[in-house]
Design a protein. Structure first.
Length: 106
């Protein structure tokens, strides 16, 4: 029911990186995140460098997500103040509401 997230990050340093992520709910307040990082590069860059950078980003993301209040996702868009950068989150919440999803939401 939940569409997968597939991001491409490009640039002269990175060449091409594909990032595939799955999120599996454990209960309404906890989930397991798994990700795969695929690199298409002709440069001789050690895999550990990519992993170190990704782990730094993931640890920052974890700290932010775990500190969010409320822990469950509000589907009422009036419950929070939104910025233009929230447009994907807003579209996702509208999609969840249209699907009738109540698990993990308020």
């Amino acid at each position: 029911m939940y569409p997968p997230v597939l991001d491409e990050i490009g640039g002269s340093f990175w060449c091409l990186i594909n990032y595939f992520q799955t999120i599996t709910p454990v209960d309404e307040d906890e989930c397991v995140v798994q990700y795969w990082l695929m690199v298409n590069s002709t440069r001789e860059v050690k895999v550990e460098m990519y992993l170190d950078i990704q782990n730094q980003v993931a640890s920052q993301d974890i700290a932010i997500v775990e500190s969010q209040q409320p822990r469950r996702l509000p589907l009422d868009l009036q419950a929070e103040v939104h910025l233009p950068s929230d447009r994907y989150s807003i579209a996702y919440r509208q999609w969840l509401k249209k699907q009738g999803v109540t698990f993990g939401t308020i």
